[in-house]
Design a protein. Sequence first.
Length: 430
Amino acid sequence: MNPRGKGVDWVYSVLPINIALGPIGTFVQLYLLELHGTVIDIGLAVTLFNAVSIPAAIIWGFATDKSHRRKAIIVASYLAVAGILILFLFTRTIYGVDLLYAGFSLVSSAAATPLNLLIMETQPKSRWTSTFALFQMASGIGITVGLLLGVVWADFLPLQLIAVPLAVLSIASAVLSVLWIADPAFIFEREMMVMVRHSFYERLLTLPMLFLKIPRIFDFRRVFKGLNNELTRGTQVLYLSIFAFYTASGIFNTSLVPSLYKASLSKSEIFLVSLVAMTVQTIAFHYTAPYIEKRSLKQAAFGGLVLRSLCYAIIGVAAYFATGFLYLGINLILYPLAAGIAYAVYYAASSIMIFNTLGHSNQGSTLGVYSALVGFATTLGSLISGFTSFYFGYYVTFIIAAIGLATAAALTSSASIGGVRNEGIYERSR
């Protein structure tokens, strides 16, 4: 081990915290259902979580710039996560769970930016690619193991008590961070992440919002100026397609767990659906780059959207007539395709397309507009989801989500950018 943080051992400190983060979303939704909450209550909880993530991205981004204390922010984030998890043990009201989940959104996002900067600050440039890949692998494995814990735990022990091992794991990451991470001698500003493709890619994968500056109305007007001009509307159409994607994804994902619960699946089976999807996603991200390199970015993104839309639509049809083992089987096949393979392909291609649109001027304001659109779309989708499912049924909600993704695919296909072949998710080390 290298206690001074000059090696890559410190990257493994994220493994326990990601095990803790893995089952949280499913746990909160199932716990709300145990408290006799409805899908509207779940929709409002997820909406609040997503809404808080927007100012959280701004707050922690600027805090990282001002303090330059990577280690302190990371350790504080992990300890705060542990504290909120413990509070779940004493919360038995829907409103209390909502507030804790919102607080979780605030504190869990704090470590994202300093962790990504640490990779560039502690490793030579020739090792950035391999270290980012190691970081992504450790995060993915951690989340997968956390969901496996949920599968084993949910049907055999009180659901609320899962907060105890998750809190212990969060504290373990805090301790490992104290031992293995050292603040670097040379500090990079956050703008450096936008200049390096693999850093930009990894940061948005961790938290799909990055505010280098708070966007103003003028910035939105500048970005979307020329939308009616066929020659200049490529970036605008791409951003609209991404807005449609995140809105549709928010609509679908918010109602998935309650739809599985209503279909008489056990809590362990519900965790199993998420586990299989996350396992496929983790594997898919490792094989995405070669697939995309053989196609244009636009073609790859379009294919991912179409596959995801088809899976959503079929799950929507199944939600109308299927229950029990049949509904479980359909979701175990189609949801991993949508959330695993289709998402990995679309995310990788669209992230590179976004990276290519930033250019050398107005990077901060353009990225701010993108991040605001993502945050608002996800929040809007989760808000729509709860009410739609409650009043019209899960099958209507999922079909609406499928239509939203089809719209995103049509917009992506019509965008006049991203037609060049990908040079690789991560630039090759020289």
